[in-house]
Write a protein that binds this ligand. Structure first.
Ligand SMILES: Nc1ncnc2c1ncn2[C@@H]1O[C@H](COP(=O)(O)OP(=O)(O)OP(=O)(O)O)[C@@H](O)[C@H]1O
Length: 207
């Protein structure tokens, strides 16, 4: 379980986030709506242990979050974190190795097929459309079966088929007991969340 206790972040003494309390329970979906520049990327990075809070604590399973907990998290930020000069399968294989996943060749191929990129496995990612990059980035987020998904606008750029694929992936992870934390501005996505929050003026409030 992921817990934020009174988390605050300042950059160059400028407050970005203040006194944030959140608990992500297994098998639950959370949605956050936040205007541009409000600090959502910073919040997701702190939740994943990628950025340290200025004050407060981020706890994973009762202890302070560490970079070694990385494999528990699937994180999608505005940048898809893909390598344009590598093929789709090389990109996924890179992350599979990073997470120490066994038999990653078969795993990579099965994930490419799951997200509808089986036929373009050898193609360089720089030639991909926005939707294809998004599907590959999602495969990167899900490949290690994370316990917590922290996703900024995951449906962005997806067509109907892509949205159906992502909805199915969510259902599988939620059934396995994962927590899903979505940043979104879309009402239909907010509806799938049991708990909804807004981020405004540095503070997260339930709505
Ligand atoms: N590493 C950093 N150093 C200094 N300031 C930063 C840093 N990262 C973010 N900021 C500042 O913190 C504020 C919030 O940034 P952040 O990227 O978290 O917001 P966001 O809501 O994700 O923005 P966007 O909607 O544009 O993606 C911005 O004013 C940004 O300039």
């Amino acid at each position: 379980m992921l817990i934020l206790e009174g988390v605050a972040k300042e950059y160059n003494l400028k407050p970005i986030l203040e006194d944030i309390h959140l608990s992500l329970e297994p098998g639950q979906v959370y949605a956050l709506t936040a205007p541009n520049g409000s600090g959502k990327t910073t919040l997701l990075q702190m939740m994943a242990g990628l950025v340290r809070p200025t004050r407060g604590r981020v706890l994973w399973d009762g202890g302070p979050i560490r970079t070694t907990h990385r494999r528990h998290f699937g994180v999608l930020l505005q940048q898809p974190m893909l390598y344009g000069d590598l093929s789709a399968s090389e990109n996924l294989a890179f992350y599979a190795r990073l997470y120490g996943l066994p038999q990653h060749r078969q795993l990579v191929q099965s994930w490419l097929e799951q997200v509808g990129l089986g036929d373009t496995a050898a193609q360089r990612v720089r030639s991909f459309s926005k939707g294809m990059k998004q599907r590959l980035a999602l495969a990167r987020c899900f490949i290690h079966k994370p316990d917590v998904l922290l996703l900024d606008e995951p449906f962005d750029g997806l067509d109907e088929r892509g949205r159906a694929i992502l909805t199915r992936l969510f259902e599988q992870r939620i059934n396995d007991g994962a927590s899903v934390f979505l940043v979104t501005h879309r009402e239909d996505e907010v509806r799938i969340a049991a708990r909804r929050y807004t981020l405004r003026f540095g503070r997260v409030t339930a709505c």
